[in-house]
Write a protein that binds this ligand. Structure first.
Ligand SMILES: Nc1ncnc2c1ncn2[C@@H]1O[C@H](COP(=O)(O)OP(=O)(O)O)[C@@H](O)[C@H]1O
Ligand SMILES: [Mg+2]
Length: 317
């Protein structure tokens, strides 16, 4: 396997910050990408921004991109597909590889891996749209697209009669739908940087539901960092965060979202392999708390860029 590139080598390389993309999270990705680009330029890297569309292979060749910083969220960006393209093109990239990206993006597959590792995650069921009768978990429930993000298409269902509408909303983003037991409690999240946990953040949305508007409208959510929790819970959350990251074989930066139940029980919801990465996003906020400023965080992630498929396998190198 190719080892990480050194800082000196990277300074001579042309870096493409891949942003935008084709997913419903395009707007967020553009913000993430611009922030990362600014951070890398501050650190004197030769970086340019690239808005990703279907012409991306030609663009990468044209711009002579040698290393990719992936700032894409959602399908075609966070799910292993762009990572696969970069593997084929031989361009080292930041973050998780093809397998980890694909597993983490698919919340149902990720939860199956958590179960194998005995990591706590809410009880769940995967349903194909149109098979309502097969739901066996009692309300309250959370209904979400298996491959979604940013709470898009997600509903909290307090009573059985609202299930149909919730399934329909989720189905807009894909036929496979995750139905989960609703965990009464609060949201916490743990950033993991190159295998090490960052401080725990407690998320307090003023509306009570950490939906798209609460995530991206300034002032709608309060973030408590470090989370005002008993030391034992903080420690378990960090350990579980790292365990979930390892279970999926993640690399670089990732962020693990949890529900913390009223009895102090932790439940892993998902692992974000390309978490929001603006100056005010959660992972950068947690990193800042331990003295890693934004541009140095961007640099650390860039330094972890690599290819995962052994170069010796290639016949044309
Ligand atoms: N099982 C659950 N119980 C309670 N709240 C949940 C549950 N699943 C999701 N949520 C709420 O929905 C939000 C988004 O869910 P999540 O699984 O993190 O998906 P994503 O952030 O990719 O949209 C969470 O931050 C949480 O507030
Ligand atoms: Mg989440």
């Amino acid at each position: 396997m190719e080892t990480c590139i050194t800082r000196e080598t990277l300074k001579k390389k042309k870096i493409g910050v891949l942003m935008g993309g084709l997913s419903p999270e395009r707007e967020i990705s553009l913000k993430t990408g611009q922030a990362i680009l600014k951070g890398l330029l501050e650190r004197d890297f030769q970086a340019i921004g690239i808005d990703v569309d279907r012409e991306i292979p030609a663009r990468l060749v044209e711009e002579k991109i040698e290393v990719a910083f992936i700032a894409l969220h959602g399908p075609w960006g966070e799910d292993g597909t762009i990572q696969g393209l970069l593997e084929v093109m031989g361009i080292p990239y930041t973050g998780s590889g093809v397998l980890a990206s694909a597993l983490a993006m698919n919340k149902a597959m990720a939860k199956k891996i958590f179960l194998y590792h005995r990591l706590p995650t809410p009880e769940f069921q995967v349903v194909m749209y149109g098979t309502r009768s097969s739901i066996s978990i009692a309300a309250p429930l959370v209904v979400k697209p298996v491959c979604g993000g940013s709470t898009i298409g997600t509903s909290i269902v307090m009573s059985e009669k609202d299930i149909d509408e919730a399934l329909q909303r989720a189905a807009y983003y894909g036929e496979e739908i995750l139905v989960e037991q609703y965990i009464e409690g609060v949201d916490i999240t743990v950033g993991v940087l190159n295998g090490e946990p960052l401080p725990v953040i407690q998320i307090v949305p003023k509306s009570g539901f950490y939906d798209y508007a609460s995530k991206y409208t300034p002032g709608r959510t309060e973030y408590l960092i470090p989370a005002p929790l008993p030391e034992t819970i903080t420690k378990s959350a960090q350990e579980l965060g790292v365990a979930a990251y390892r279970a999926l074989e993640c690399s670089g930066a990732a962020r693990v979202d949890f529900r913390l139940g009223e009895q102090g029980e932790l439940a892993i919801l998902e692992v974000n392999t390309i978490p929001g990465f603006t100056e005010t996003s959660l992972l950068p906020m947690a990193a800042a708390r331990v003295g890693i400023d934004f541009s140095s965080l961007a640099e650390r992630v860039l330094l972890s860029a690599r290819l995962y498929i052994d170069a010796k396998m290639r016949r044309d190198d």
